[in-house]
Design a protein around this ligand. Structure first.
Ligand code: ADP
Ligand code: ZN
Length: 753
């Protein structure tokens, strides 16, 4: 017997090993193995089992594993006698991947043109694989069933009775509670009253966050219809005829979460498990608690701020089947849930589902792939679906359910567009209409959220004499002025300089601060309303651990009147007392050099506006713009997603952009400007010869230089991803990049900067 192994060295190859007879019965795909590799040992996952083909010579992969030096040139395999090296050991007999998950991993590797090991690595938390990672064991004291021997003292009897009453406990804790010593309790053990033994103690990320259980709410007709569509017998989980994914288009506050909760409950009832994905930014204690209060201990939480120990334990609770429902960000799509019945992707349009390093997978698309492989239901939910999903739904590839009303007490906010070209408002941070609206909230004791997509004080520092803009020397972006520490900071690399007293170009003492950041808006607001309590939330004010939760907690407790922030505040927040939302500058997102700028703006405006009027109090949203006739802004103000999608899709079709094609970027970086320019040009010209592939000119990226690296880009478009991946593999094969050049392919790219 042989086994093909993916070794964790980014070689993008499988290596074949012989399986020693004593391991034959135990070895299974998905296990982590220890194998000889060159002069040392390596760990790798068993991908495929096969029969022994030693000596056939045609098995190139088999040959590779026998080479002591991976760089050694291959001799003619037919003439080279060789023996496969044997697997050394099985690291863990319980497979880390089911055969279905391995299939998924291979599909992702092929789709994203990434090394298979990189996908394997993305799919298992490193905390789980680290050598030495294991469950934490503590000493547990449990009352024994056997009757005690009569040499038991009174005090020992009392201790025993207390331990029975408590149902046992951790040694250390019992010592504290019963005011005794470990030696005394061990003595009870020797007398057969209790058992004293090590036991795994769960590191629980929800410690101290336990909440009261909640019951299913009676659904309104829209929710009922959506739940029925999700659970329709036609879409019953089955690997033979995988159910059609369902797009749940529901306005903010329409009660999508309640629908997810009840769909999951139905799956649990049927003995199946579920995965719920939420964008990392929305993975707040508030969101997690809604799931914990419904499903209690059956929930496992995976997110970036877990400790390694917590992550280890949560992952093992999922693999063992103890936890049946997983909530987490994009990597949760790989959770080893047993008998998976349902995957929910909440806020499916969120770009944080796309990983921006290798493997560049999109978790929403992976969810759909996984659903198809495992026969699980997939629900994609959003108030502003991605145009990709919307088109799939309107064309019948996905089922569609819509919820157009708010579910709870809330009503949708009335949205008004404020034309900043008005003479009185032009050039100001706050229009008079917005100031008046804020004043009204302050008078009434209600709260306001203000949104501005730029942190810092000013957008740039410009010389009014010669026009020179201070730029970061390592990145092609203007410095942002930060007033609190009086410096110019680069938002790409974090580098900073003290504010110069004169222009470095013309020596004029005429440096001026242009544009508005959150700090400047905060100062301006303080000047208008000296007694208003203002909280600012952006990357600068939330750099401390927990500061994120602290700010939101303070706002929830109404310790502030106004919350001013960047996109951090746009999503998922639910504050009943907020009755006004102001968008200070809708144009900054609309004018981004990206074909999705309109889509992003629509999403952003809808999400921000959706923060108002969540409860009994009706809400208003005011959108300030210099472009009030923009269809995107107007459709967002009307809350008319279908109209927006129709217009936007027509434009995308005309220009041959996704979802009418697949778009990938080839991204080239080098510290040498000429190398990157020359090679980009060569790659683009070569790729243009490939049939069925639309290749753009090689151009410097919108962010031309970052952290000292020059960046270029080639845009590839084709009706099928396969065409793009094939062309890429071909060109990288025939013209491998030199050492000083980094080249990557981003299939279905979302970040075009
Ligand atoms: P969404 O996820 O669509 O933004 P939520 O699930 O957060 O919406 O629901 C918004 C509010 O409406 C929540 O406070 C929720 O408790 C409430 N809600 C949801 N469904 C119902 C229902 N059927 N009856 C009463 N209140 C509901
Ligand atoms: Zn920089």
């Amino acid at each position: 017997m042989t086994v093909r192994v993916a070794i964790d060295l980014s070689l993008d190859k499988l290596f074949t090993y012989a399986v020693p007879v004593e391991l034959e019965k135990k070895l299974a795909v998905g296990q982590l193995l220890l194998v000889p590799f060159g002069h040392r040992e390596a760990r790798g996952f068993a991908m495929e089992l096969g029969s022994n083909r030693v000596g056939l010579g045609s098995d190139r992969v088999g040959l590779e594993s026998t080479l002591t030096d991976p760089n050694q040139t291959l001799k003619d395999p037919k003439t080279l006698p060789y023996r496969l090296k044997p697997v050394k050991a099985i690291v863990d007999e319980t497979p880390f991947f089911s055969p279905e998950l391995l299939r998924l991993v291979r599909q992702i590797a092929a789709y994203t043109a990434s090394p298979i090991e990189s996908v394997l690595r993305a799919a298992v938390p490193s905390a789980v694989l680290r050598p030495g990672a294991r469950a934490r064991e503590l000493i547990f004291v449990e009352p024994a069933l056997a009757p005690a021997d009569s040499s038991v003292t009174k005090h020992q009897q009392w201790l025993y009775d207390q331990i029975v009453r408590l149902g046992g406990g951790w040694l250390q804790q019992l010592c504290k509670e019963l005011k005794t010593t470990p030696a005394t309790l061990r003595e009870l053990g020797r007398k057969g009253l209790v058992s004293v033994a090590p036991r795994a103690k769960r590191r629980d990320p929800l410690t101290g966050r336990r909440v009261l259980p909640s019951k299913a709410l009676p659904l309104n007709p829209g929710q009922k219809a959506a739940l029925d569509a999700i659970l329709s017998p036609a879409s019953a989980p089955s690997p033979d005829t995988p159910p059609r994914p369902l797009l749940l288009h529901g306005v903010t506050g329409s009660g999508k979460t309640e629908v997810y909760l009840q769909a999951i409950a139905a799956e649990l009832e049927a003995g199946r498990g579920a995965i719920v994905m939420v964008p990392e930014i929305a993975l707040t204690p508030q969101t997690v608690q809604r799931f914990v209060s419904r499903f209690g201990n059956r929930i496992a939480v995976l997110h970036s701020s877990l400790s390694d120990g917590e992550r280890y334990d949560e992952w093992h609770r999922i693999r063992s089947g103890e936890a049946r429902v997983v909530i987490g960000p994009r990597s949760a799509v790989f959770a080893p849930v047993k008998r998976l019945g349902l995957i929910v992707v909440d806020e499916e349009h969120e770009t944080s589902y796309k990983q921006d390093e290798t493997p560049r997978y999109h978790a929403r698309d992976v969810a759909v792939m996984r659903g198809a492989i495992e026969g699980a239901r997939v629900v994609l939910g959003s108030a502003t679906p991605s145009l990709e999903s919307w088109m799939n739904a309107t064309r019948g590839k996905y089922a569609l359910a819509s919820m157009t009303e708010r579910a709870g007490a809330g009503t949708l906010p009335s949205v008004r567009i404020v034309d900043m070209e008005n003479p009185g408002d032009k050039g100001r941070i706050f229009s008079s209409v917005l100031l008046e609206a804020i004043r009204l909230r302050l008078d009434r004791g209600e709260q306001t959220i203000l949104f501005l997509n730029r942190r810092g004080w000013s957008r740039s520092v410009t010389c009014e004499s010669c026009g020179h803009v201070l730029e970061c020397p390592d990145c092609s972006v203007p410095y942002t002025y930060h007033r609190a520490d009086s410096c110019c900071r680069c938002h790409i690399c974090g580098g900073w300089i003290p504010v110069p007293s004169e222009c470095p170009e013309c020596r004029a003492r005429a440096l001026a601060y242009r544009g508005i950041g959150t700090q400047r808006a905060e100062d301006a607001l303080k000047a208008c309303f000296p007694r208003a309590r203002i909280l600012r939330m952006d990357a600068d004010s939330t750099s401390r651990k927990n500061s994120h939760d602290d700010i939101l907690g303070a706002f929830r407790r109404h310790e502030a009147d106004v919350l001013l922030g960047t996109q951090m505040i746009a999503k998922g927040l639910d504050f009943p007392n907020v009755t006004l939302v102001g968008v200070l500058n809708a144009d900054s997102s609309l004018n981004m050099p990206d074909f999705r700028a309109g889509e992003r703006t629509f999403q952003l405006l809808s999400q921000v506006a959706g923060r108002a009027g969540r409860a009994e109090l009706p809400g208003d949203a005011l959108i300030q713009t210099y472009d009030p006739s923009s269809e995107v802004i107007r459709a967002a103000a009307r809350g008319d997603y279908p109209a927006f999608a129709k217009a936007e899709l027509a434009e995308r079709k005309e220009a041959f952009f996704p979802p009418f094609c697949h778009l990938a970027t080839v991204n080239l970086r080098s510290e040498d400007a000429k190398t990157v320019a020359d090679w980009s040009d060569m790659y683009a010209k070569s790729l243009m010869k490939v049939g069925g592939l639309d290749v753009g000119e090689a151009v410097p990226s919108a962010l031309e230089k970052a952290e000292g690296w020059y960046r270029w880009q080639i845009v590839l478009r084709a009706p099928k991803v396969g065409v793009i991946v094939k062309a890429w593999k071909w060109i990288i094969g025939v013209r491998p990049p030199p050492a000083q050049l980094r080249v990557t392919l981003d299939v279905d790219a979302y970040n075009l900067m």
